[in-house]
Ligand binder design. Structure first.
Ligand code: 5CU
Length: 363
């Protein structure tokens, strides 16, 4: 039985150089209070001067960019194959005129990393989303010629106005035409004000545990409301973190639509594909939710045959320095076996067979 990790990130060396050259978020820097340890500062507001030093970014070591360390991590955790993707914030921050070339370079670097480990690595490509839409479409077409690419990773900002922006239509059309799946991943969270005045006392818990999943849920709901899947019936999207809170909130979303006078007046309630249909036909969910409770909601909403194992490596390393096994990974393994009591075949599908089938790995 293959074990396939579909949610596992890298910052290729060229991207790390770029982050080291920067002085505003996102960047990598050694701070005076810990000169020997570089920190990766990527999330909005993470370098606010009021932040305690332990909340200012996170330590960054070779596990973020050395592909040999990815393989060692995979070996340690029995993972046969990983589908690697550039981590957030991707190229969102680049000036428009630089993004196209940067995306080509990153995608070529990642393709080369995959080629070094036949059968063990595939990738989701990166799009130059700050560039004009036709540059993005060209990169989508080029990705089709790279052997190890199996789709693209995208954040929720799209071309700057979110994923319900009609300007994205040529991009959705190209992804649909070339059968490239979108791995949709959060980065921006929610506005800092919702975390309250004591937020800096709570480390990264509120933005990562709640901001990320809600960001994803809002982005997908906006896609749904704007009719993206009515226009692009075969557009496939893999949602990070088991869909944020989408499986749990799908019923409420549909009820709010059914009771909305404004939508009714504009004829937007009839003749639409509802969220339940989209969940079963267009959406895949990763299994990065750390509990059988969340997994069961994901299975009920999308089906066990659309759920895919992931780790989020190199994020969430153990806090104990000598730990070999990562608690974040063993928790996800445990949640999968608990969610399928006596159904080993279904658990094995989630651990690897689904990814092999859906992403056409090893072919
Ligand atoms: O720890 C974090 O900030 C993150 C992040 O930024 N992106 C991610 O995929 N996981 C954790």
């Amino acid at each position: 039985m293959p074990i396939v990790d579909v949610h596992t990130h890298v910052y290729p060396p060229t991207f790390v150089e770029l982050l080291r050259s920067r002085t505003s978020v996102p960047y990598i820097r050694n701070f005076p209070d810990a000169p020997d340890s570089a920190r990766l500062v990527i999330l909005p507001g993470e370098d606010d001067p009021s932040m305690p030093s332990t909340s200012r970014g996170r330590p960054i070591g070779p596990e973020y960019y050395d592909i040999a360390q990815k393989i060692a991590f995979m070996d340690q955790h029995r993972i046969d194959t990983s589908v690697i993707s550039l981590a957030n914030p991707w190229l969102d921050f680049l000036p428009s005129e630089e993004a196209g070339e940067a995306a080509k370079k990153i995608n070529d670097d990642v393709e080369e990393q995959c080629a070094r480990y036949p059968g063990r690595l595939y990738a989701f490509g990166t799009l130059p989303l700050s560039a004009p839409a036709d540059t993005v479409v060209k990169e989508i077409e080029r990705l089709g010629s790279l052997n190890h690419m199996r789709g693209v990773i995208m954040g929720t900002s799209g071309l700057g106005n979110g994923l319900d922006d009609p300007a994205l239509d040529p991009i959705y059309a190209a992804l649909e035409k070339h059968e490239q799946l979108i791995f949709l991943h959060p980065h921006y969270g929610l506005p800092a004000s919702v975390y309250g005045p004591r937020a800096s006392e709570y480390g990264h818990v509120l933005p990562l545990a709640l901001g990320f999943p809600l960001e994803t849920t809002i982005a997908v709901t906006r896609m749904l409301l704007s009719g993206v899947w009515d226009r692009f019936k075969n557009l496939k999207v893999l949602l990070a973190h088991s869909g944020g809170t989408l499986p749990f909130l799908a019923g409420r979303i549909e009820s709010c639509i059914a009771h909305d006078g404004h939508l009714k007046k504009h004829g937007k309630i009839e003749n639409r594909r509802d969220v339940w249909e989209i969940l079963m036909a267009n959406i895949y969910l990763d299994a990065v939710i750390y509990s059988p409770v969340g997994l069961k909601a994901a299975i009920d909403a999308s089906g066990a045959d659309r759920l895919l194992f992931g780790t989020d490596h190199p994020f969430f390393p153990p806090l104990e320095e000598d730990a070999k096994e990562w608690h974040s990974v063993t928790t996800n393994y445990g949640a999968i076996s608990t969610a399928f009591p006596g159904k080993e075949a279904a658990a094995e599908d989630v651990l690897g067979n689904n990814a092999v089938r859906i992403l056409k790995l090893h072919s």
